[in-house]
Design a protein around this ligand. Structure first.
Ligand SMILES: Cc1cc2nc3c(=O)[nH]c(=O)nc-3n(C[C@H](O)[C@H](O)[C@H](O)COP(=O)(O)O)c2cc1C
Length: 323
């Protein structure tokens, strides 16, 4: 049976459909947009725990949040239990409802430091980190795992069990190995195996592209929830539509061109407020291309975006192309 709401520790989610953390994407304005479209929980991108612990200005900026995006999680990565605990305390101070620990990132620089995905090969080290973080904060501690370091070594269920015993309140499983990075099919059987291994809620992630995938994955895997990554880039409707399907209604019609334009504009206006004009303009082509890729005149639109110099100019462009 698919549940239509879920609790993570003391936290209640109105719907078990969450936004997966994505570097360079899940900034404050992006998270707010996904929230408005129905995400049950949103999460920051991965932030280095060492930077958070020493209150580096850029790291603290990434922890900007308001009550409007509640409930929300912040994700940190690191290998030193004491540093992770210190960073988790800063996360709690900033008002986040959960602190998520990243044991999944395949980036070489991180792996070389024994952080992120490197820890999928060391269940005992993960347990030590979770225990120290759980002692340090009163908000819930969650984990983001892969299936294992590679397809030959599946460690997710063991790590999930150890983490649960050490105080974790939920486990998110990206159903690929670290070695796979982001390529290849997600294998949701590993999500089922983790679900069978623990009592805390388990959320699956990987390969969800549309609302129908959410229902299918929840039903097949027995997971308590899902975390949507690339499927929501340029497509916040995936949250609204999957909410509707879970409630037993139809997903509704796809967004019109005008609706696409309005959502894009909300995101870009948020980016201008959050990043300021210079950075928002630099991000504009990428931000808007996800929303515009289905336009018949996409190439022309892309060219025009590069000539935009301010928000008023972008508003004009949106009203021209997304009529
Ligand atoms: C561009 C990009 C950046 C990502 N950054 C993070 C991150 O900072 N932390 C994390 O735990 N996972 C990160 N992920 C993994 C996603 O959270 C998600 O689990 C994964 O993409 C699988 O879902 P998908 O196939 O629906 O994209 C990232 C994925 C992508 C594509």
């Amino acid at each position: 049976m698919i549940r239509t709401a879920m609790n993570i520790g003391k936290l209640h989610l109105s719907v078990p459909i969450t936004l997966a953390p994505m570097e360079e994407h899940t900034s404050f304005p992006f998270r707010l947009l996904m929230k408005r479209f129905g995400a049950g929980l949103v999460c920051t991108e991965r932030i280095d725990a060492a930077d958070v612990a020493r209150r580096d200005r850029r790291a603290l900026r990434m922890l900007y949040t308001t009550t409007e995006e509640r409930p929300r999680a912040a994700q940190i990565s690191g290998a030193e239990p004491a540093v992770m605990a210190a960073a988790a305390r800063v996360v709690e101070e900033h008002g986040f409802d959960l602190v998520d620990l990243n044991f999944e990132c395949p980036i070489r620089r991180l792996m070389a430091r024994g952080e992120g995905g490197a820890l999928m090969a060391d269940p005992a080290a993960v347990e030590r980190i979770v225990a120290e973080v759980a002692r340090a904060v009163s908000i819930g501690v969650t984990l983001k795992l892969r299936s294992g370091p590679d397809l030959e070594h599946e460690t997710a269920a063991e790590i999930a069990q150890r983490a649960q015993d050490a105080g974790a309140v939920a486990i998110v499983v990206h159903a690929r190995s670290v070695a796979q990075a982001y390529v290849g099919d997600a294998d949701w059987d590993v999500v089922s195996r983790v679900k069978q291994a623990v009592n805390v809620p388990v959320l699956g992630s990987g390969g969800i592209r549309e609302a129908g995938d959410v229902v299918h994955r929840l039903r097949e895997s027995g997971a308590d929830g899902v975390a949507i990554g690339r499927g929501c880039l340029g497509n916040p409707w995936v949250f609204r539509q999957s909410r509707a399907l879970l409630a037993g209604n139809s997903a509704g019609p796809p967004p019109t061109r005008a609706e696409r334009g309005r959502a894009l504009l909300q995101l870009v206006e948020g980016e201008f407020r959050y990043y300021g004009r210079a950075v928002a303009i630099r991000r504009l082509a990428r931000t808007s291309c996800y929303f515009a890729k289905s336009l018949p005149d996409f190439n022309e639109f892309r060219g025009a975006v590069h000539r935009v110099r301010d928000l008023a100019g972008f508003r004009r462009l949106v009203s021209e192309y997304f009529r």
